[in-house]
Design a protein around this ligand. Structure first.
Ligand SMILES: Cc1cc2nc3c(=O)[nH]c(=O)nc-3n(C[C@H](O)[C@H](O)[C@H](O)COP(=O)(O)OP(=O)(O)OC[C@H]3O[C@@H](n4cnc5c(N)ncnc54)[C@H](O)[C@@H]3O)c2cc1C
Length: 384
């Protein structure tokens, strides 16, 4: 029997991780990416311990750690700078076996890409259709349609997944979460903790990155589709009066570095991540709000579990895909629900009495319980 062949649709973090997981299990992989050049939109990212254990299983954990900065966990603050809860970073690292990492998205994307054979990635390939039984995908490249068959198709085509729409046409489209976000990666060498600050209906977070960089993000409850002529000025209006170093970070941000994104999630969960010989993963399977910093982490977990399930090549592929669905759907959907909850009781909470109650509870929460909460979703190890 020849080498099993998988087509991966989408070269985001999830698609590249899946291609790498399958490649390491003896699969030939073809990654079809719509963009004309490999890229990762966005700025920085936190990789929680679960994501790093997944990357270790893919053989890229160490080079990725070298490009990032281990978390210096700070915790949660109010807009005037008072601490609501603090996380003991060393204890968290002991519990989880590794510290979380702040990293530039472009560095993570490049390292995943470089771990794959160069010939695996086909850019400018816009997938327009899929046949789950053959399985096969049809894509357009330079205006020419091509249908490609393989043994397995992996749908890693993100939030607005074409494969999800084709295979589950009745599933409602991703829903607006009620929040919009701004983010930027800037030059910043002074020490800053990995911390989150909450104000009514708003949140500001800081993540040190490798190489003298820092990533900040800000989110606000707002109607969808809002855009300002100067997004940095909009962030300064809302967050410029918050505690230091937030005003200083905004002062050091070039306007063109600011990216604004309305936050969507798959509010109606998929009934399965598998149809025929197509498996969905990452945002295509379970797009979640970023309030727990777990979207990419879940995509990496998916990839590792899919690779392990498909280690037998085409032998009992239906069984392998059923195992993938069984292992991944409950956990990733629970985390997606928890992310939406974290948004509701965190950044989106606006009523002064509710905010006061929440903040009071957080201040009274024992350190051990805060640690358990911080570790809850990051406590995952690859199969086997
Ligand atoms: C503001 C914000 C902050 C976040 N912070 C974090 C964080 O700190 N930690 C974390 O773990 N997660 C975070 N996330 C979530 C994380 O970014 C995503 O979950 C993750 O990037 C999803 O990866 P993916 O590969 O599934 O999808 P994507 O990154 O969307 O990749 C999909 C790829 O498929 C391609 N594609 C789409 N359609 C087609 C097609 N028809 N044909 C061919 N190619 C196609 C796209 O061009 C793209 O390259 C955050 C998200 C946001 C919005």
């Amino acid at each position: 029997m020849g080498e099993p062949h998988a087509i991966v649709v989408g070269a985001g973090i999830g698609g590249l991780a899946a291609a790498l997981a399958l490649h390491r299990r003896g699969w030939r992989v073809t990654v079809l990416e719509r963009a004309a050049a490999p890229r990762e939109l966005g700025t920085g990212l936190t990789l929680m311990a679960n994501a790093l254990h997944g990357l270790d299983a893919l053989g890229v954990g160490d080079p990725i750690r070298r490009q990032g900065v281990p978390d210096s966990p700070g915790g949660l603050r109010t807009a005037d700078g008072r601490w609501l809860s603090r996380i003991d970073g060393a204890a968290l690292e002991r519990t989880l076996g590794t510290a979380a990492l702040g990293i530039h998205r472009t560095a993570l994307h490049r390292l995943l890409r470089e771990a794959l054979p160069a010939s695996a990635l086909v850019t400018g390939a816009d997938v327009v259709d899929v046949d789950a039984d053959l399985p096969a995908v049809t894509y357009r490249r330079n205006g020419t349609p091509t249908t490609l068959r393989a043994d397995l198709v992996v749908g890693a085509d993100g939030l607005h997944s074409v494969l999800r729409r084709r295979l589950w046409p009745d599933l409602p489209a991703p829903a607006y979460s009620g929040s919009t976000a701004w983010r930027a990666a800037i030059r910043w060498t002074a020490p800053v903790a990995t911390a989150v600050t909450w104000g009514p209906g708003r949140e500001f977070g800081t993540v040190p990155l490798g190489d003298g960089g820092l990533y900040w993000y800000a989110a606000e409850t707002a109607p969808r589709g809002g855009h300002e002529p100067d997004e940095l000025a909009a962030v300064r209006d809302r967050f410029g009066g918050w505690h230091e170093p937030i005003p200083a970070l905004l002062a050091a941000t070039p306007p063109e570095a600011v990216l604004r994104t309305d936050l969507f999630h798959l509010a109606t969960p998929l009934p399965s991540y598998v149809r025929g010989r197509v498996a969905l993963l990452g945002d295509a399977a379970h797009a979640m709000t970023p309030h727990l910093g777990q979207g990419a982490g879940q995509a990496i977990e998916d990839a590792v579990v899919l690779g392990a399930a498909c280690a037998g090549g085409t032998d009992d592929l239906a069984g392998a895909l059923a195992a993938y669905d069984r292992q991944r759907r409950p956990r990733s959907q629970a985390i997606a629900r928890a992310s939406a909850r974290a948004a509701r009781y965190g950044q989106q909470l606006r009523h002064p009495a509710a905010v006061a109650l929440r903040d009071g509870v957080l201040r009274l929460t024992p350190a051990r319980a805060a640690l358990r909460a911080a570790a809850r979703y990051a406590d995952w190890r690859p199969p086997g």
